[in-house]
Design a protein around this ligand. Structure first.
Ligand SMILES: [Zn+2]
Length: 349
């Protein structure tokens, strides 16, 4: 099993604390390049900004296995300036606008501190207490200090924290996948060619992964991501039947999501590995949002694809919570799976 401890958590902390809104992933890319160069045989940055790292195996009949994790996170783009340090913005990726009021952000290349302001409760009247504030009524306020340009990105200012068995951070989606992929690249079995795609622009339509799959031409692929755990008790005390995944039970193996019917051979293979290695796992409830698997599976003439995710609560918000052990089990499952992949795996449907 791979080593897991402070070094891995420190790497995740570095990855979570930088900002990489879709289309502007340079800060994560810099860390990824630093981390993968000592372990990969080839490393390339393509036209979109994907980091494509290959580790060649030895011997005949090697399976080309693509592993994907997306570098980008949800955030904001500055679209207009109102003067007085106030900026209009659009949301990049899926964020519930109700999460935004009162949140701290960092704006532009200079990372100017700002806040998404709102009318104070003292001055509200009528239905203002209950009404959703429309996005075009919100502004990012940098307090006259920073200077932003149209097209600049802004991201949540949350800092990574380790609290007992949990991680509290922004962008666990999908820095935890990026950190997982870096760890896996350190110990690739010689029976496969590992094609590692650190992809861009997942949050705005799985754009980088599609190009990465075309570059690698893999025999199979696994998208490593994080998925919502909607496992809180319901306010009416009935049983929560639509939790998607639960914390503390991971990894989450996908059967079907909004963009992919995952390859049943690969789903079964991962379950068998987990059972034989005594690694706990859960099957993510079918449906809901997708991962890069949706783009990879439909690239070229079709690629057998599966997804594995680390669950986390409060996805696409300023702060999410995941469990350290859930992440460790995810790395262990994928590591064990890589050791056991053979060309026979995909022979029979
Ligand atoms: Zn994601």
């Amino acid at each position: 099993m791979p080593t897991f401890g402070n070094a891995q958590l420190k790497l995740l902390e570095r990855l979570c604390n930088v900002i990489a809104i879709s289309g502007d992933e340079s800060e994560v890319r810099k860390i990824v390049l630093e981390e993968v160069k000592p372990y990969a045989d080839e490393v390339k940055v393509d036209a979109l900004g994907n980091v494509l790292a290959t580790k060649h195996g030895r011997g005949r009949k090697r399976t080309r296995v693509m592993l994907d994790a997306h570098m980008d996170e949800v955030g904001f783009m500055i679209v207009d300036e109102d003067g007085e340090g106030l900026y209009r913005f659009e949301i990049v990726g899926g964020i519930d606008a109700r999460h935004l009021v009162g949140k701290q952000v960092l704006v532009g290349k200079e990372r100017a501190p700002g806040v998404i302001g709102a009318k104070p409760i003292h001055l509200m009247s009528g239905d203002e207490y209950t009404r959703k504030v429309p996005l075009d009524a919100l502004r990012i306020d940098v307090g006259l200090s920073g200077k932003a340009k149209v097209g600049d990105r802004a991201g949540f200012a949350t800092r990574f924290r380790r609290v007992g068995p949990s991680i509290l951070s922004k962008s666990i989606d999908d820095r935890i996948g990026v950190a997982t992929l870096i760890e896996l690249l350190k110990r690739v079995p010689s029976s496969i060619d590992l094609c590692a795609a650190f992809s861009v622009q997942e949050e705005i339509g799985l754009r980088g992964a599609r190009v990465a799959a075309q570059y690698f031409h893999p025999d199979m692929a696994i998208a490593i991501d994080s998925t919502p755990a909607n496992d809180l008790p319901l306010h009416d005390a009935s049983e929560n039947m639509t939790y998607n995944t639960k914390l503390g039970l991971v990894p989450a193996i996908y059967v079907a999501d909004g963009s992919t019917l995952h390859d049943p051979r690969l789903v079964r293979f991962l379950q068998e590995i987990a059972e034989s290695e005594k690694i706990p796992y859960q099957i993510r409830q079918p449906g809901g949002g997708g991962t890069d698997s949706g783009a990879i599976q439909r690239s070229l003439a079709g690629i057998p694809t599966v997804s594995v995710s680390v669950p986390h609560r409060y996805t696409h918000s300023p702060i999410s919570i995941a469990r350290v052990d859930d992440w460790k089990h995810t790395i262990n499952l994928l590591h064990a799976a890589l050791q056991r992949i053979t060309s026979e795996l995909l022979l029979v449907r």
